[in-house]
Design a protein around this ligand. Sequence first.
Ligand code: NAD
Ligand code: UDP
Length: 335
Amino acid sequence: MKILLTGGLGYIGSHTAVEVINSGNEAIIIDNLSNSKIEVLDKIEKITGRRPKFYQDDVCDISALKKLFAENPDIFAVIHFAGFKAVGESCKEPLKYYKNNLLSTLNLLEVMESYQCKNFIFSSSATVYAVSEIMPLEEDFPLGASNPYGRTKLFNEEILKDYQSAHPDFNVILLRYFNPIGAHESGLLGEDPNGIPNNLMPYICKVATGELDHLNIFGNDYKTKDGTGVRDYIHIMDLANGHIKALEKMTKENVGLKIYNLGTGTGYSVLDIVNTFNKVNGNLVKYEFTSRRPGDIAECYASPSKAEKELGFKTTKSLEDMCKSSYQYQKQNKK
Ligand code: NAD
Ligand code: UDP
């Protein structure tokens, strides 16, 4: 089956492309390289022995999408990763975020409709959940994003729900990712943010290689086991596998609209991550406690039960695996 991955050269898309190919499918990628590099295509080929058909185009350019579908009229499903994802930037440049993250989805739906392509998997996020005292988060908990990036995810979910309800034979799976970290075991693919990283694991990796001096831990006075923030970190290969499970479900049945959390169900604190990283990679990461980061919450972790029950999704990688593979990638790809 032909699977179109938008943003397929990015962090999550590239690992998923590997799994799409390894599961016997053909991967087609559209990416405008706004946050990725063309070399990733060679690396996917190196790992899988197959070079995905690649379109260096913008999903917001509908004529490019029409051309892509005209050349590949038999695409079975679209996995829509393409989008901007930096929360801070989205507060400064909300229009940039609304335009890219919403128009891309609208264009895809329009072109998919004319080619009778009826399966859509969307990269949503734990950020769509309203702040909750109750953990773990279940899929039917109240929604409410707190920044423009989060709202683009929420609005996309609403658009896809409306579209699906108007077209009952169209299938949509919304995957709400928790915190993906880690890298492909080859060390060829991983997370490679530009500039100083905002997210915890890329920051830790740059401290470990000496590119940054120390980690600032944002707050040690949360009501958590050690005072630092707790998140549900999921290995990128487990996350990639979640997409294969979603695709499998779509080949077996008319799924309608389904929503699944992709997380492990276990919350780890910032100190858990630093300590595990130091244990498996050598004592490389110094840290200091600083004030809380505005907008952060104390705890956020998933209930993975629905994905487990309905998709057969089960994570297999440990926190040690996540820390080891993240650092291996960083060392191999130090700039
Ligand atoms: P990423 O930035 O590494 O990958 C996104 C890719 O999309 C990049 O290669 C970029 O060049 C491409 N792209 C962006 N806009 C495009 C456009 N208009 N046309 C074509 N290509 C375009 O991000 P990622 O971490 O791989 O995230 C993938 C998706 O998952 C995003 O939608 C993101 O919001 C979502 N998500 C990510 C996380 C996370 O922690 N990484 C968590 C929850 C949800
Ligand atoms: N964090 C930190 N220092 C950093 C980056 C992140 O202490 O330099 C903390 C952050 O406060 C949160 C956790 O690490 O508790 C995960 O943050 P990240 O930005 O990776 O993910 P998100 O906040 O989106 O869940």
